[in-house]
Design a protein around this ligand. Structure first.
Ligand SMILES: Cc1ncc(COP(=O)(O)O)c(C=O)c1O
Length: 407
């Protein structure tokens, strides 16, 4: 029987029964309605234009790789920043990035394979390979190095049966980004050993300090001139629309796409034509304003969290996130990490603030005691209210939180 670990982040959020007044456990940009998206794009006709084609659509299974209009708009996202265009044949849609990741891992990995996974990261990216029976090596990073990947370490981790290097750029939970230079080195190494590089890019293109015109702007893994690369993404995070449940897999290698289409057939046959139609609308003309708005909001909110951390620097610190709407903050008491699970539990009980405990939800491959993940992509007033609740807790109840016994 296939065994898979408890999915800790989702389990943590699901199992918190106290009243949540301030939810900073999320990892998306401010969720929006389709009317919001349309309004932001400057259209006054809200509703009818978007939905009328859906009403007349014959609801058969639809195309086996996903809607052509949607894949064409996804293709534009990549083609606009790369000299090698990504044709729609190189894209397969999925209901969300979770299923995209699942399909890629299931299509590629077996018990004889070894994978190297950037760490910390989203649990799915190492727990699913392990459940399939693959050997997993965590490519560990630390806050003291700004969560940067060590390329010498990568060389040491490679084995004769290493099939895949898995990265997440920008990264959950730290908001760290992998620079263009490091991506080039990863690809160079992978190419020399014929290893596939799989990049979960669900937080792209939310970068805070580099703009797309900057030569240092981190490209998608698909723009690195190596065919054995795979990218996944979705509308859930940078594009504010987790409820649409639309994501995708893309690769320049037709064999990769064929393998994924086969697994996709087993898992879902095809995706919802209605969801895909709506996603295609979002990734059309409105996408530019949507992303620009989310970038500006996340950057402004990140500064607010930075001010909070500066003010409380005797008890907390972070490596400032350079991408994505999340950060990983370490809380200490007299220099020793607090028990992050007790901390988060008490924060919720006493101040109604929901955060994500690092040690529990991001594994023990590295000691994450004292760390919490905080989402700052949402509404600014709600963020300020949540940080206010945290400040009150720090002033009145923090001294009762134990340090982590193993620290
Ligand atoms: C790195 C990463 N990949 C994938 C997902 C899943 O996203 P989706 O909502 O598109 O399934 C998440 C969700 O938190 C994530 O953080």
């Amino acid at each position: 029987m296939v065994k898979i670990e408890l999915f800790e982040v989702d389990h943590w959020i699901l199992s918190q029964s106290s009243d949540i007044k301030h939810n900073l456990a999320h990892s998306y940009c401010l969720p929006k309605s389709l009317s919001d998206v349309q309004r932001q794009a400057g259209s006054s006709e809200i509703g009818t234009d978007v939905f009328s084609p859906v009403l007349s659509k014959t609801l058969d299974y639809g195309p086996m790789k996903g809607s052509e209009a949607l894949r064409s708009n996804i293709s534009n996202l990549y083609s606009s920043e790369s000299s090698s265009p990504l044709s729609i044949e190189k894209i397969v849609t999925t209901p969300g990035a979770s299923l995209a990741n699942f399909i890629v891992l299931f299509a590629f990995l077996g018990p004889d394979d070894h994978v190297i996974v950037q760490y910390p990261t989203y649990q799915q990216l190492y727990a699913v390979p392990a459940s399939i029976g693959a050997d997993v090596s965590l490519w560990k990073t630390s806050q003291s190095e700004d969560w940067k990947l060590d390329l010498d370490e990568l060389e040491k981790l490679i084995r004769p049966n290493t099939k895949m290097i898995i990265i997440n750029n920008p990264q959950n939970p730290t908001g760290a980004i992998i620079s263009k230079q490091t991506l080039e080195q990863i690809v160079k190494t992978a190419r020399s050993y014929s290893i596939t590089v799989f990049s979960d890019e669900v937080y792209r293109p939310l970068f805070h300090s580099v703009s797309p015109t900057d030569p240092e702007y981190p490209p998608s893994i698909l723009s690195m001139g190596y065919d054995n690369t795979i990218a996944t993404s979705s509308l859930s995070k940078a594009y504010s629309l987790a409820g649409l449940r639309v994501g995708w897999i893309a690769s320049h290698n037709p064999k990769v796409i064929d393998l994924c289409v086969n697994v996709r057939s087993y898992a879902l046959i095809t995706a919802s034509q209605i969801d895909e139609h709506l996603a295609s609308f979002v990734l059309g003309p409105p996408v530019r304003q949507l992303i620009e708005g989310n970038r500006a909001l996340a950057k402004q909110n990140r500064n607010i969290v930075q001010s909070f951390i500066d003010k409380n620097s005797s008890v907390c610190e972070w490596a400032r996130p350079e991408g994505g709407p999340i950060g990983f903050i370490r809380f200490v008491m007299s220099g020793r990490p607090v028990d992050d699970v007790v901390f988060c539990t008490q924060l919720l009980e006493k101040r109604g603030l929901l955060l994500v405990p690092g040690r529990k939800c991001f594994g023990d491959g590295v000691n994450f005691s004292g760390y919490v993940r905080l989402g700052f992509g949402g509404d600014t007033e709600e963020l300020i209210a949540g940080l206010g609740a945290l400040q009150n807790f720090l002033q009145n109840e923090y001294m009762d939180v134990p340090v982590y016994p193993g620290a």
